[in-house]
Design a protein around this ligand. Sequence first.
Ligand code: NAD
Length: 359
Amino acid sequence: MKIAVLPGDGIGPEIVAEAVKVLERIAADGFDFTFEFAPVGGAAYAQTGHPLPDSTLRLARDADAVLFGAVGDWKYDQLERALRPEQAILGLRKNLGLFANLRPAILYPELAGASSLKPEVVSGLDILIVRELTGDIYFGQPRGRRRSPDGAFAGEQEAFDTMRYTRPEIERIAHVAFKAARGRGKRLTSVDKANVLETFQFWKDVVTEVHAEYPDVELDHMYVDNAAMQLVRAPKRFDVVVTGNMFGDILSDEAAMLTGSIGMLPSASLNEKGQGLYEPSHGSAPDIAGQGIANPLATILSAAMMLRHSLGLPEQAQRIEAAVQTALAQGLRTADIHAPGTEKVGTARMGDAVVAALG
Ligand code: NAD
């Protein structure tokens, strides 16, 4: 199983090193993982003049899965947009056809105090947001600026975007979500705005049709405004949530913050072949890069998702998740999740603790 490892910028190399350590420990139990490293983002720009060199893209395409750190650094903010580090992630999504973004929001009981919500509201939270990643108003054409052709403000400057989804795009993300729900609590909430938007009435109709293939999964529909409210009122009512690109962008960040700690949240972006890119939900944190204090757990948990979703090793994924919980139960905390009564540790020590907990 070939894993492309793209550490990137800022804390990327530090946190990815810990995830690789954990995967090497799993490999030692008889799994054949090959790691191939390549530069991406600002690191690639510095070496080659482009944030996503052809050789990196080829490696990612040929691999069974991609383990990605983070990209971005303030020193590249003056570059023209096409050369900025963040373009690498968009290029990878587009070239690999990564249309399904999976973001679990799990609150470990040990971290219940870190949430901005009351512990009884979030304790035991375990939800999965499935966001469509390549369609919707973010990519719909036409878009642009012009003089308004009609209406009360005809002749004035205006800007416009186009919200659209085709049937196959909705069907394939619905299948991903139903399958994910089938492997968990068997409940799926499809989030839309069918009361106002034609695109999302169609979304709702198609998701309802796909449901016929998953009679064992309970489906409900919710308007996005209500979903935003329910996520803070009673987040544990959700199991798996599926939604479009824009609503998913917003709701997945909202769900992420319920857990109170950006350093804990993994993510996966999958294509139709089951290939995936696995990365922490946070960025490159240039403010703490090189200090050995970043939390590596989101990246380690992303590696666990990789074993589950691309490499067909769900038991090994569970082993890693349990090992993370053990490290937390031992009272070890990186600075971002540190609280009185726990032991503050650095990036490498946290990685070592997860490896040790794997036995
Ligand atoms: P960020 O997520 O990098 O950092 C936000 C805050 O969270 C910072 O204070 C940082 O120190 C902290 N933080 C993040 N990850 C942490 C970890 N693992 N452990 C401890 N603390 C952590 O967001 P930002 O500061 O807005 O962006 C920094 C750079 O990252 C920018 O260049 C941005 O474009 C880029 N970015 C990249 C990605 C990606 O690679 N997918 C995603 C978001 C932002």
